[in-house]
Design a protein around this ligand. Structure first.
Ligand SMILES: Cc1cc2nc3c(=O)[nH]c(=O)nc-3n(C[C@H](O)[C@H](O)[C@H](O)COP(=O)(O)O)c2cc1C
Length: 243
């Protein structure tokens, strides 16, 4: 009887230890798989602590083209630009200026200038719509699109910087940092080049000639975060040792 009890106790101990080991293994596996596959992490991610996870932010930044009117507190705008300030630059020259537009009047003026620019292209393609119909269509698309944002940021580089030939690298890097920082705070951006032309931006905002516009981005709470557009497979882009 005594021997039987000892055997049972030993079996119970072995069972307990193996259960504990498999629990630890399962935990380790789930941590490792979420590390190697940020998408898995995304599914679990919903609170602010995880929002600041760099992998989450990188995978979930999207170009946003429709915004809620919610205002953006100034400290948040500053925080976003502060992130851009940390981007690398050639010889640490930091040739940037960030022009923040919050004035609704200026935002409307930019939109009107975009409408006029579009109207100047009316008739370029054969269409049955009248000029008025075309204008209405453009105005609606712009007002519910980019220009629904409460804030715009123009990223500029100074042509008189220390190494102006390097500005075309330094500028977009800052814009990229800025867009990721905005995403981390729950705001959408889009790196706009042609949709709001440089001439419209410079004219309406009276930007001096010695600045080159890198891009302009609306900034705001997205009406909806867009789905990820098709991204090329990682393996198509990576080569090891030889291209
Ligand atoms: C150099 C550059 C120029 C762009 N110009 C515009 C633009 O004029 N209008 C626009 O809506 N999006 C513009 N985009 C945004 C791209 O369309 C967008 O990044 C791309 O479709 C991938 O989508 P994602 O940013 O959500 O990953 C531009 C992006 C870059 C990098």
């Amino acid at each position: 009887m005594k021997v039987k009890n000892q055997i049972l106790r030993a079996l119970f101990l072995i069972l307990s230890i193996s259960l504990a080991i498999s629990a630890v293994n399962a935990q380790t596996e789930s941590t490792e798989s979420s590390k190697s596959n940020p998408k898995q992490e995304v599914k679990k991610t919903n609170n602010n602590a995880q929002m600041s996870d760099i992998w989450y932010v990188i995978h979930n930044r999207r170009s946003v083209r429709s915004f809620k009117p919610d205002p953006i507190p100034d400290p948040k705008i500053k925080k976003i630009i502060d992130a851009a300030r940390m981007a690398p630059t050639s010889g640490n020259q930091q040739p940037w200026k960030f022009l923040v537009i919050r004035d609704k009047k200026l935002i409307n003026q930019m939109m009107e200038a975009c409408v006029n620019e579009s109207l100047s292209r009316y008739g370029a393609n054969p269409s049955s719509e009248t000029k008025e119909q075309y204008e209405q269509k453009v105005r609606k698309a712009l007002s519910t699109g980019y220009f629904s944002a409460p804030v715009f940021i123009v990223v500029l580089t100074d042509n008189n910087s220390k190494y102006p030939d390097y500005n075309h690298w330094d500028g977009p890097l800052a814009a990229g940092y800025m867009m990721l920082a905005a995403r981390a705070l729950g705001y959408g951006t889009v790196f706009i080049t042609d949709a709001i032309s440089e001439s419209v931006t410079k004219e309406v905002l009276q930007i001096p000639d010695n600045y080159t516009r890198v891009c302009i981005t609306p900034l705001g709470v997205p009406v909806k975060w867009p789905a990820t557009p098709p991204k090329k497979n990682l393996n198509e882009m990576i080569s090891y040792d030889k291209l």
